[in-house]
Design a protein around this ligand. Structure first.
Ligand SMILES: *[C@@H]1O[C@H](CO)[C@@H](O)[C@H](O)[C@H]1NC(C)=O
Length: 283
């Protein structure tokens, strides 16, 4: 068996037959970013016509490299696309949708060129959205104004799922469950923002607005938001960030009333254990 570095994007195993003809009979060291390990088989046997030509050289024309739909064994090679405060995208919240789309396409093309297979796309940085939602307001970081829909209307999550999948890149939807507004931001929150829905559990802490992870209603709301995303979008995963209490600023997180309510219903955990169990419950 001779190992030959094949085309620019894969390696093939070549075997030498008795007639000394070089024949590619396997491409199982080439791992397709989405479908896993390939095999050289007849095209009409490929599941869902998942095949790639050119990988099974010296074969009859109907032999193609097909890809397994089995459990994925390849690496998760991903980048984050952070939207909060416009870290990665969109570079401008006042750019037109067409400009923002071009920028997103450029990111995906770079990800593809670098042979990555997933993006972790931040769609809910501060209880606001980069997708059309009936539960929560549009993100300030998308349109320049909290709660303002893009004009002309488009849905960045729909767009990225479609464009990423064309490039065999997975999309993992990244949510920050409890963060309600960034430190120091002062804009007025929309009436359907979680801090307005559950004002009793919305605290100012270290100049952020942070929801109380000990509130069962807040937990349930986040579950509802997540379920809504999974039902309506073809995302490949959910990525929970900051699913815990805020980093300490040296003062006590102001959840004394929630803890007292827990104790009054018979809760026995000390405060630290109770907080840890709240984090575990959401996840
Ligand atoms: C979550 O969704 C369920 C089903 O629609 C609804 O009954 C419930 O009130 C929602 N909970 C919160 C906290 O929004």
């Amino acid at each position: 068996m001779i190992w030959i570095a094949g085309t620019f994007f894969c390696s093939l195993i070549f075997s030498i037959s008795s007639s000394s003809q070089v024949k590619a009979d396997s491409c199982d060291i080439y791992s397709h970013p989405q479908y896993g390990i390939g095999q050289c088989i007849e095209q009409n046997q490929c599941p869902n016509a998942l095949y790639q030509s050119g990988l099974c050289e010296s074969q009859p024309a109907n032999i193609k490299c097909c890809f397994s739909l089995g459990p994925m064994t390849e690496e998760f090679r991903a980048v984050w696309i952070a939207t909060v405060t416009n870290i990665d995208w969109p570079s401008s919240r006042t750019a037109t949708p067409a400009q923002q789309q071009t920028e997103l396409i450029n990111i995906l093309n770079t990800v593809q060129k670098l042979n990555m297979n997933a993006v972790v796309f931040q769609i809910r940085p501060v209880g606001d959205t980069f997708y059309a939602s009936t539960l929560e307001p549009w993100s300030l970081y998308l349109t320049g104004a909290h709660g303002k829909a893009p004009s002309p209307l488009w849905d960045p999550l729909t767009f990225i799922v479609s464009e990423a999948h064309k490039r065999n890149i997975e999309v993992h939807a990244w949510l920050n469950p409890y963060r309600g507004r960034m430190s120091g931001a002062t804009y007025e929150l929309s009436s359907n923002h979680m801090a307005k829905r559950f004002p009793k559990y919305a605290y100012t802490y270290n100049k952020y607005i942070w929801m109380d992870p000990g509130s069962v209603e807040v937990q349930q709301f986040i579950v509802n938001v997540t379920e809504d995303i999974v039902r309506r979008y073809g995302v490949d995963g959910i990525h929970m960030d900051d699913y815990f209490y805020p980093y300490s600023d040296g003062t006590e997180f102001p959840d004394a009333a929630t803890y007292t309510a827990y104790q009054q219903t018979g809760g026995k955990l000390n405060k630290g254990d109770w907080r840890r169990s709240n984090v575990n419950t959401l996840i």
